[in-house]
Design a protein around this ligand. Structure first.
Ligand code: NAD
Length: 346
């Protein structure tokens, strides 16, 4: 198996690459990543010397580069995670999201279509996507695999578009694909612009905890290692042309989540209970902010037997412990110093 994983230096990708490289020593695994601000080779330095693993720095938006890579390696399968992933950034620069998430995905699809045109038996394009493509839920209900797409942010619109292209290539050209839409992930190696790592970092540094609007936005949360397990399972056992929703069965209002985080952080840092909560500051709402996302993950549960292995409290504690033990990583990421790691290695 010659496997291309894209975005493997990012948050979820690093967990997926680690799992595949260590669990499948017979696979030849190439990790293609442009090392944007979100990509960090320090996330995967523990596996960089494995014989079945190669890192390639490159941009999926560059079609000629992607085609050459496919010619060179003759991939049998792709697990595609590379993306611009931060909603706030998509509001400031939507075009960057169209380039990477839509055109980048198209370039990979075209390369697969060309390489597998005479024989697509046993081949697979696995597209990793988000529950945000479904838009916003009211107070009740869950997203299922047949919920109509209704994206509201430039990020979710670009991911929705890429999902549609993946399915269109399946229908039009017979490209063997599988697609998953997952809820919010959290865990080690999460870039500290996202809520949980940002707030852990701010609590450590006694900085304000900016909560959007009234804090009643609701999200489902999944521990990132459980997502990596689900990706492994769907990659190997998911049916062609199928979509699976992945979620944590774990809905939290932002404000309740932040309060739980504050309590756990006070305990870990030996500060009196209530210290971190004083840092909470309500800030102006994000435009187009979706009220609630919640996933019905019963299909992957009943068909493939997957369910999360940790509770939210356990996952959050493991996440906090990791950040407290890896303050150097946090400092390097926030200061941009990790970029020098690549220059030193390659
Ligand atoms: P991330 O931002 O942490 O990582 C993205 C990676 O892609 C980075 O390493 C970056 O360098 C790389 N990349 C960006 N543009 C590239 C390009 N043009 N060419 C090559 N590499 C490029 O993102 P993440 O949170 O790990 O998300 C990974 C995937 O999972 C994304 O497709 C995202 O939409 C999806 N997803 C994320 C979540 C979540 O909660 N984080 C939930 C559901 C789905």
């Amino acid at each position: 198996m010659k496997l291309l994983i894209t975005g493997g230096a990012g948050f979820i990708g690093s967990h997926v690459v680690r799992r595949f490289v260590t669990k499948y020593p017979k696979y030849t695994i190439v990790n293609l990543d442009a090392l944007t601000y979100a990509g960090n080779l320090e996330n995967i330095k523990d596996i960089e010397n494995h014989v079945n693993y190669t890192f390639v720095k490159g941009d999926i938006v560059d079609a000629a580069f992607v085609d050459n890579l496919f010619q060179q390696y003759q991939f049998d399968a792709v697990v595609h995670l590379a993306a611009e992933s931060h909603v706030d950034r998509s509001i400031k620069d939507p075009l960057a999201f169209v380039k990477t998430n839509v055109i980048g995905t198209m370039n990979l699809l075209n390369a697969c279509k060309e390489l597998w045109k005479n024989n697509s038996e046993g081949k697979r394009f696995y597209h990793i996507s988000t529950d945000e493509v479904y838009g916003s839920l009211g107070a009740t209900g869950l997203f299922t695999e047949t919920t109509a797409y209704d994206p509201n942010s430039p990020y979710s619109a670009s991911k929705a578009s890429s999902d549609h292209f993946v399915r269109a290539y399946g229908e039009t050209y017979g490209l063997p694909y599988v697609l998953t839409n997952c809820s919010n992930n959290y865990g080690p190696f999460h870039f500290p612009e996202k809520l949980i790592p940002l707030f852990i970092n701010n609590i450590i540094n006694n900085k304000a905890l900016p909560v959007y609007g009234d804090g009643n936005y609701t999200r489902d949360w999944l521990f990132v290692e459980d997502h990596a397990v689900a990706i492994d399972l769907v990659f190997h056992e998911g049916k062609n042309h199928e979509t699976y929703n992945i979620g944590g069965f774990n809905e939290w209002k932002n404000i309740d989540l932040v309060k739980l985080l504050c309590q756990q952080m006070d305990l870990k840092l030996g500060r009196p209970n209530g210290t971190s909560e004083k840092l909470i500051t309500y800030v102006k709402d994000r435009p187009g902010h979706d009220l609630r996302y919640a996933i019905d993950a019963s299909k992957i549960n009943t068909e493939l037997g997957w369910k999360p292995s940790v509770t939210f409290e356990q996952g959050l504690e493991r996440t906090i412990d990791w950040y407290l033990c890896n303050e150097e990583w946090l400092k390097n990421v926030t200061s941009g110093n990790y970029a020098t790691y690549y220059q030193k290695q390659y």
